[in-house]
Design a protein around this ligand. Structure first.
Ligand code: ADP
Ligand code: MG
Length: 254
């Protein structure tokens, strides 16, 4: 069964007398274990599609079945419940609480779950931090972590509820090359372990780490392709470090 099934999705915005057709009848199926990149020029409808996939917004028309649940007819409470339990969000700006430790940030989504025990929440949060390689940093504050590490905390927070999929919006937009490759390596590791990931990105050089790329234009899906020569971010990271070491050696000898 597909995790995500969009059929005939339209989203129209009415601004005064003008109707903007941001999505014009989109069909999309995403299966468990996919790593999907959503691309397209500015204004093509990526954010609109993200908001619908993330159950932050409802379409004007069409159906969205997420993990077997029809979301378009869900009431407000059920819709929020689906969002909180089925989707893990990762944003460009990390969106961590700054005066709150890594483990407390990761615990936050669990407070929405009724009946959960405090001790179990701690254990789940610690396990999620270990999964992203931050088992030694659980009590660090965001300001004591690098950008890449902060995004790891955000990814642990996205995973702690064991969502049906991770929805990432330009997750490396605020990171340098080394940290970007570190985060893409982590996403590939998580995907190898079965996590379904959907990532919006402007950068074609990042999409090659995904398994499938869909491209939007003017609110329509204009291409849907499997990535043929999938790159491994860990290899790119190693090559990048080697290159930097060479440059440093040259500088030192000059
Ligand atoms: P992208 O993220 O690919 O840049 P968007 O989904 O943000 O594209 O926008 C798609 C189209 O919908 C654009 O023409 C944009 O101007 C329009 N649009 C987006 N959000 C709104 C809104 N809240 N009200 C009116 N028009 C909007
Ligand atoms: Mg956008």
């Amino acid at each position: 069964m597909a995790i995500i099934e969009l059929a005939g999705i339209k989203r129209h915005y009415t601004v005064g007398d003008i109707v903007v057709k941001a999505l014009r009848g989109l069909d999309l199926k995403v299966e468990e274990g996919e790593f999907l990149a959503i691309m397209g020029p500015s204004g093509s409808g990526k954010s609109t599609l993200m908001n619908i996939l993330g159950c932050l917004d409802k379409p004007t028309a069409g159906s969205y079945v997420l993990d077997g649940l029809e979301t378009s007819t869900a009431g407000a409470d059920a819709f929020a419940e689906i969002r909180n339990s089925k989707i893990g969000f990762v944003f460009q700006g990390f969106n961590l609480l700054s005066r709150t430790s890594a483990i407390e940030n990761v615990e936050l989504p669990l407070f929405y779950k009724r009946g959960a025990k405090r001790k179990d929440q701690r254990d789940l949060a610690r396990a999620a931090l270990e999964e992203v390689g931050l088992g030694q940093r659980v009590h660090h504050m965001p300001s004591q972590l690098s950008g890449g590490q902060q995004q790891r905390v955000a990814i642990a927070r996205a995973m702690v509820t064991d969502p049906a999929f991770i929805l990432a919006d330009e997750p490396t937009g605020n990171l340098d090359t080394e940290m970007t490759l570190e985060i893409m390596t982590l996403f590939q590791d998580l995907n190898d372990r079965g996590k379904t990931i959907i990532m919006v990105t402007h950068e074609p050089e990042l999409a090659v780490y995904c398994k499938r790329i869909i491209t939007l234009r003017d609110g329509s899906l204009v291409s849907d392709e499997a990535v043929e020569k999938r790159a491994r971010a860990a290899d790119s990271a190693a090559a990048w470090k080697e290159r930097n070491a060479l440059i440093a050696a040259k500088e030192a000898s000059a």
